[in-house]
Design a protein. Structure first.
Length: 100
């Protein structure tokens, strides 16, 4: 189970089109909408795609100014508990961060 809480800011004149596209995207649920084009959404993995793929597609919608991931939760259903986050080794010149 992969759950991502996101904030989307769309240009107000494109907000209806963005809302319609989100409604047609499997795994996306709109929880709140402001008149100025801001949305609170949840994106989940589906059988057909990962949440990350849906988030990238939403970010590319015409009229979307920004999409911010504000919450992320992942559980491995087979293990019955939260899966630890692993970091890949840093690449040359890449910034490193403490593991979560």
């Amino acid at each position: 189970m992969n759950i991502c809480g996101c904030l989307i800011h769309a240009m107000p004149e494109r907000a209806d089109a963005v809302a319609a596209a989100m409604a047609e995207t499997e795994g996306v649920e709109v929880h709140a909408r402001a008149e100025d084009g801001r949305f609170v959404i949840v994106v989940e993995d589906t059988d057909a795609s990962f949440a990350s793929e849906a988030i990238m597609a939403l970010h590319q919608l015409p009229g979307v100014v920004s999409l911010t991931l504000t919450y992320h939760h992942f559980e491995d259903p087979a293990a019955g508990r939260a899966r630890p986050v692993t970091q890949s080794p840093p690449q040359s010149g890449a910034q490193t961060h403490d593991p979560i």
